[in-house]
Structure formats: C-alpha cells, structure tokens
Design a protein around this ligand. Structure first.
Ligand SMILES: Cc1cc2nc3c(=O)[nH]c(=O)nc-3n(C[C@H](O)[C@H](O)[C@H](O)COP(=O)(O)OP(=O)(O)OC[C@H]3O[C@@H](n4cnc5c(N)ncnc54)[C@H](O)[C@@H]3O)c2cc1C
Length: 382
C-alpha cells in the first residue's frame, strides 16, 4: 500500500491539471477508471475559449487562464496550445436587446467586445442569412485551444515531476481515519492525506463514497457534428458564430465546420452517444441561420457537461468532510478555465486562500466554495 500526500480522482483536464500543480508540493497519485485519460468529456469538447461566456465568476476564471494558454511555462508543451480567433454573437431583432445587455455586463469585467451591424457580421461570415440577423457582438480575444496537446502536456509534466498516473483504476471505496484516506481503486489500496474529486459527471458519486452531501450535480448531454464547408470557401478566417440565446453555434475546425445545437438533455454519468434528433436539430438550426448546405455529416459525438444549480464550478474543500476537495461542475467551460481552476484548487488546498493574481482580478474563494448556499438548496439528501 503506497502513501501519497494527494490523490486525484479522474484524469480529464480537471484532474490532470490539478495533479500537475499539486505534484510540485507533495507526492501525488492520479487515478483514472478508463484505459486512457481524457476519454470522457475532455475528449469531446469544441476546444474554444472566450471571455464573453458564462457568469461573472466563470468569465473571470477564463480571463485568468488566458496567460497560461498564450505563454505556458518553459518546456510545458511541444506546440502552441492556443490560436487566436474571434467569436461573433448574432441576434435577430427580438434578441438584440438581450445581446446588448449581455455585452455591457461582460465588457464591465474587462472583455474586449464591439457591436457590429448585420452588414459587418455578413462580411465576417458570408454564409449568414441576412434576414436572420439584426446585429452582432464580436469578441476578438477568443482562442482556439489544442485540447489533446494541453492534456498531454499536463500529464507529461505531472510524470516528469514524479507523479504517478494509474489507469483502469476505478475508485470504489473511500474511507477516512485519523486524517488519512484509504482509497480502493481496482485491486489496489492507496493512502493519501487529501482526496481531490475531479471525476467529471461522476463527481457526486465519488462524493457519496466519501460520505459527502450531494452538490446537486446534473450531467447534461451536448452534441457536436462536423461537416464539409462550401467548396472553395476560405473558412480559416471565419469566426465562431454563436446564437445570442445559445440555440446553436458553428465554427471552423481545421478543414471542416463544427456545429452544435447546444442541447442539454439530463443523463446519468455514462459513455454518452449522440441522438439522431439532436443531430437533426443541429443541421436544421445551422441551415436556418446560414446558407450552408449540410448534406453529409462527417462525424458526430456527444459528451456530458455537468452543472450545479448556479452553473459555477465547485472548487473548494467539502464543508463537512475534512480532506475531501471538490473540483467539479465545470459544465461547458472546463477546458478554457483549467489552468486557473487548477491553480486556485492547489492554493486553496495548501494555504486555504487563492493566489494573488486571481484575487486581483476580483475572483474570490466564496464564488466557487463547496459550502455556498446555491449548492445545498438543490442538493438531495445524502
Ligand atoms: C460538445 C462539447 C463541447 C464543449 N466545448 C467546450 C469548449 O469549447 N470549451 C471548454 O472550455 N469546454 C467545453 N466543453 C466542456 C469541457 O469539455 C468540460 O468542462 C471538461 O472536459 C470537464 O473536464 P473534467 O476533467 O471535469 O471531466 P472529464 O473529462 O469527464 O474527466 C473526468 C474523469 O473522471 C474519471 N472518473 C469518473 N469516476 C471515476 C472513478 N470512480 N475512478 C476513477 N476515475 C473516475 C472519468 O473516467 C473521466 O475520465 C464542451 C463539452 C462538450 C460535451
């Protein structure tokens, strides 16, 4: 039986990034139930980061992560992790007021946004239908992220620092005694002082093993498709187009276009697959808003985006179970916030406080705390 300072459950982007940070401060074990890390939600994202998305707490965490993507630590990654791109929010006339108000709120937190006319939006993305757009808002500081490269770099860095990754190691039991956790994973037992719950859609199940109350986590399925762009179209410069009410988005993805109907169907934690109806809705919404013809879908997939009631991630120690730390509920922002969320988690575990560069942006530990009332109000009993 090996003894560790920290045991992290789940080797998606959340677990890999926090394990990388923690390993600098103590021996860390990263446990993953699947044969390969990143198999679940992390391997299924749309890979973009933009500061005009989500609640204020989420937007600040996204802002804080930007420096890491653009200028990672020396030797961290073999290739660039982020390419600049832009996001074009589009609104029909009945949506315009809501979009303008959202843009005002977001701009007050430091995001760089500009309002554009329908004609300007059409110049940016020539396949938009003129009668489906009244105005737009451009977020020019968006990034396209190399998710596989980011996950690989975190895992390689973790191992290089001496961390241990165990795959095919499903955690089935957690017992705490005298400030030490005994963790059963596969056929092996491990000891650790702190357990970090980064189990994605399974985070509430892991919480139950530890005797913690539910945080009311809801895994919601989201579908994505890729398809060919029109022949001869130069899509490299097209923005990611997002409907003001998030009914769909469409963006360049290498030589293809990627679209999602922004579906949110509740699902139990599992290896989720897409439903034909959601694929059809994606096609319909994109074809209504644009002149794109989707005749053949190259690839379709789905993943679980897991949310708590207020849609803000949970980054904090459990209020009732000492040594049990939550890093869960990342919903649709787990990639774009991973570097700052991992640093926040590490600093809270070690010092009980956030790093100064995060607090200087207006981020507080309370925004993400596992003790916040929004979680407990929705949470079923133990
Ligand atoms: C279609 C789609 C598009 C998205 N687009 C974006 C985007 O553009 N930008 C963005 O930032 N985010 C996006 N997201 C969201 C993002 O992918 C997630 O927020 C993020 O991947 C969550 O990472 P995670 O590590 O928490 O979860 P996961 O990647 O699911 O990792 C959790 C891991 O825990 C493991 N685990 C569970 N239980 C156990 C156990 N008992 N023992 C051991 N291991 C266990 C699982 O096997 C899994 O590997 C998107 C998601 C989807 C589905």
């Amino acid at each position: 039986m090996q003894t560790y300072e920290f045991a992290v459950i789940g080797a998606g982007i959340a677990g890999a990034s926090v394990a990388y940070e923690l390993q600098s401060h103590g021996r860390t074990l990263l446990l993953e139930q699947e044969p390969l890390p990143g198999h679940h939600t992390t391997g299924r994202s749309a890979a973009f980061s933009f500061e005009s998305y989500g609640d204020r707490a989420v937007r600040l965490l996204t802002q804080a992560a930007r420096r890491f993507f653009e200028d990672p630590p020396e030797g961290f990654a073999q290739h660039r992790l982020a390419q600049p791109c832009s996001v074009l929010w589009i609104a029909r006339s009945e949506q315009a007021q809501r979009l303008v108000e959202h843009a005002k709120r977001v701009a007050s937190d430091g995001a760089k946004l500009s309002q554009v006319s329908a004609a300007e939006a059409l110049q940016m993305c020539p396949v938009l239908r003129e009668d489906q757009i009244a105005m737009g808002v451009v977020d020019e500081r968006a990034l396209h992220l190399d998710v596989a490269g980011l996950l690989d770099a975190y895992l390689a860095g973790f191992r290089a620092r001496g961390g241990i990754l165990a795959t095919r190691a499903a955690v089935t039991e957690l017992r705490s005694s005298g400030g030490v956790w005994e963790i059963h994973a596969g056929d092996t037992r491990h000891l650790a002082r702190v357990v970090v719950n980064a189990a994605g859609a399974w985070a509430d199940a892991i919480g139950a093993l530890a005797g913690a109350r539910s945080i009311g986590l809801r895994p919601l399925r989201r579908t994505a498709i890729t398809f060919d762009p029109p022949a001869g179209a130069n899509i490299a410069d097209w923005p990611c187009v997002v409907d003001a009410d998030e009914a769909f988005y469409v963006k360049p993805e290498g030589a293809q276009l990627l679209a999602s109907p922004c579906d949110e169907s509740p699902f139990p934690p599992c290896d989720v697959t897409p439903d034909e109806i959601d694929i059809a809705v994606a096609v319909d919404r994109v074809m209504r808003a644009t002149t794109l013809e989707i005749r053949h879908i190259q690839h379709s997939w789905a993943g679980l985006r897991s949310f708590v009631a207020d849609r803000v991630p949970v980054i904090g120690v459990d209020p009732e179970v000492p040594g049990f730390f939550w890093l869960a509920g990342q919903g649709g922002i787990g990639i774009m916030t991973a570097p700052s969320a991992a640093r926040a988690a590490t600093s809270l575990i070690l010092d009980g406080a956030l790093p100064a560069d995060l607090t200087s942006l207006g981020i507080t530990a309370e925004m993400f705390a596992a003790s916040r009332p929004a979680l407990r109000a929705e949470a079923p009993n133990r």
